[in-house]
Design a protein around this ligand. Sequence first.
Ligand code: HEC
Length: 125
Amino acid sequence: MRHYVISLLVLLPALMLLSLIQPFITGFVERPIGPEYVSLPTDAGDAARGEALYRSRCYGCHVPEAKVGPAHNTIDFKVRYADAEVVALVVRAGRPPMPAFTEQMLSDQELADIIAYLESLQPSK
Ligand code: HEC
C-alpha cells in the first residue's frame, strides 16, 4: 500500500509535467520545414508595405548596429538569396536565434511584401 502511494506521488507529477511539455516536443519534432511544406507567397508583394513590416518585425535584429542577424542590403545577401523562395523558406522555418515566422505571425501577403522590399534594396557593399 505504502509503495503504491509513493509511486503514485512520483508518477502523477511526472505525468503532469510530461503532458505540459509534450506539445512542445511533438510540436517541434513534427514541424515540417522542407520547401514542399512552405506555402510560398503567390501574390505580388508591395515593397512599401514590406518596408513598414520589415522595420517592425525584422529590423531590430537585422540592422547592422544590432549585430544579431546579417544585414540584407549587401551583395553577399543578394547573391545567396537571389531566389524569393529561399528567403521565404528561411523566414518560415526560422534559424535560431531567429524565430520561425509562422503564418499566424506573418501572413503570406506580409511575407511577399517583405520579400518585395528586400528585392528593392540596393546593395551597399
Ligand atoms: C530575433 C532576431 C531576428 C529577427 C526578429 C529576425 N531575424 Fe532574420 N536572422 C537572425 C539571425 C541571428 C540570423 C542568422 C542566423 C545564422 O547565423 O544562421 C538571421 C538570418 C536571416 C536570413 C538568412 C540570411 C543569411 O545571410 O543567411 C534571412 C533571409 C532573414 N533572417 C530574414 C528575416 C526577416 C525577413 C525577418 C522579419 C520577418 C527576420 N529575419 C527577423 C535574427 C533575426
